[in-house]
Structure formats: C-alpha cells, structure tokens
Design a protein. Sequence first.
Length: 202
Amino acid sequence: MPMRSKFGNYKSVEKFVVNYLLNKDGIFTYEQLEKAINKEFPQSKFNKKHLSHYRHIIEDGIYGRVSKHVIENIYESIRSPRTERSKKGRRGQDELQIAGHKLLKGINTQIERISQGDDAKMFYLKRFLYQRLRSKEVKDKNIIRDQIWKNGVRECNRCGKEYSKPTGLLAVHRKDSNKPYSLSNCVLMCIECHRKEHSKKP
C-alpha cells in the first residue's frame, strides 16, 4: 500500500522525508528511511547528518503542528545506533527500540495525566526524569573514569597529553557506542579531544 502524502506530489526530498517521518509517528530506522528515499529519489545525496535538520523543521512547525510524542519519537530514533550490526543484533536492537518507545509512550501518558494540561508541571516532570537518568549515567561514567585512573592511565588516549588528576579534565569515551560503559569499552580523553571525536560523527 503506497504511503499517503500530506503534501501532494513529492517535489523535494525534504517533503518526502517529513511525510515519511510523520506517517511513521516518528518511529523509524535510518536504513528504512534511506531505502525509501533512494526509491523515490535515486539521485539523492541524503545521509544521516541531515536527520537533525528535518527534526528541527518538524519541531518548528514549518509543515504544521505536530504532537510532542511524535517529535520525541523522531529524536529517539535519530539517536538510536543503526549501522554495522549483524542481522541478529539488529533484530534485538529493533525489539528493544520498540519496547523503549512503548515505555516512553506510557511515561508520556502518565505525565499528561498528572500535569492535566499544565505546561509548567509537564516541563518539571520531564526535566525531573531526565535529570535523574542523566545523573545515573554521569555516576556510571565517573566510576569507570576513576577505575581507569587507578589502573595507571594518566594521559589522553588521543593526543597523549598527561594530567595530574582526572576530575574535570578527562572524559570517558566509549570505543563502541552500541555498548555500555565498562573498562574494556572505555578510554580516557581530554575534553577537547573528546569533543572533536564526537563532532566528526553524524
């Protein structure tokens, strides 16, 4: 069954992508989207770096008002790693992503119920949950950082500059972003090198 269009005939990749994301309620994989674009626009130079641009277009309401949960789904789908996985691993990640979206949808439903249309309450609840999850991740990173430091590592893994203390000067970098923080998957980088390492990735 062909995908319905909100904008008539597709005259640009932008309209096609926006329509695709909205029809999927923001839940998609990069591989699925890329395949759909190549079918409609064989000469397209679309790549993963463009996804944030389309998210901002939708979020800013350029193509009409969109519900918050769709925007959040798009954001989470963009963040989810999707490349260079085995078929078995990809299926497992897809299942986890679906479960994660269901969990997020349930949380959003509860937030809307508790806030009762009060934007200030809704903002506070979302920020509260975000900060709690974020603080747990920071704690996990700091534990790994201190363990690596105790093992005798004193320099940035990228530039080699040595430091007298890790706190505030060295960041924990995961070698494989699909895996959690662990001694085997993490190295220390100075703040500048860590920033450069992430800025070069889409």
